[in-house]
Design a protein around this ligand. Structure first.
Ligand SMILES: *Cc1c(COP(=O)(O)O)cnc(C)c1O
Length: 234
């Protein structure tokens, strides 16, 4: 039996939307400049469907197999699929078949894999890509170290089927996120000298999205605050 409570889902979504709008207005930004990506990982296709009914257009997934299956089950819905998880280059071609945006580009081999898939199937069009910045010293967290950003950005810009739209970052867990958001905003400003169209800033999750908005986030990736606690991964 489904335990999906659509009424409370709707209330939580509305409350997050209101908080996004008031945070944007409070720092002199238009709420229309902030895109809410609802992170649906570990939840079933029924949740994605309920969100679509509530007017959600952007959903985020972090694991390829799960995302691919859910996308197939929801192929009748008008959604943009954001891939936000660590990406292995051998999965890049498969991810490209359903993803509208990849937030987690962080290596040459991933750029090459995505480009190869795009060249092999021109019907896929141009893929919006964000480069993930790693703000820690731990390579296991995913993302490129800031000193290697320009080289990777140049590589994305030299492709014909990928469009560099900006940066993605996850603030370090259990710390004040503001120094991280401020650092990413500065890195973004520098990047735009090289890549003027790379204006997107994907940062801000359930616990820190209001702060992210104040540092210029254009895309928020919000899960639990809207969906409730995630079921355990299967
Ligand atoms: C799961 C996840 C999120 C959403 O996290 P919440 O705290 O549930 O809002 C955002 N970004 C990434 C990369 C994630 O993996």
């Amino acid at each position: 039996m489904s335990t999906l409570d659509v009424a409370s889902l709707g209330r939580r979504l509305e409350s997050v939307r209101e908080r996004i709008a008031s945070s944007a207005v409070n720092c002199g930004r238009s709420p229309d400049d902030v895109t809410l990506v609802v992170v649906t990982k570990f939840h079933g296709a029924d949740l994605v469907r309920a969100l679509a009914d509530l007017g959600v257009r952007d959903v985020g997934e972090n694991r390829h197999q799960e995302a691919e299956a859910k996308h197939l089950q929801c192929s009748d819905l008008d959604l943009r699929w954001h891939f936000i998880g660590q990406l292995q280059s051998n999965k890049a071609a498969a991810v490209r078949r359903y993803a509208d945006v990849v937030h987690s580009v962080d290596r040459d081999s991933v750029v090459a894999g995505l480009e190869r898939a795009g060249l092999a199937d021109p019907g896929l069009g141009t893929l919006d890509c964000l480069i993930q910045i790693n703000l820690t010293d731990d390579p296991g967290r995913g993302g490129v170290q800031p000193e290697n950003l320009d080289a990777l950005a140049t590589q994305v810009m030299s492709t014909t089927t990928l469009r560099l739209r900006g940066l993605m970052a996850v603030a370090p867990l259990g710390e004040n996120p503001e120094p991280a958001f401020e650092a990413v905003a500065m890195i973004s400003e520098n990047l735009r000298r090289l890549a003027p169209d790379a204006t997107w800033l994907s940062m801000g999750m359930s616990g820190d999205f209001e702060s992210a908005i104040s540092f210029g986030a254009t895309h928020l990736r919000i899960g639990t605050e809207i969906t409730g606690k995630r079921p355990n991964p299967v």
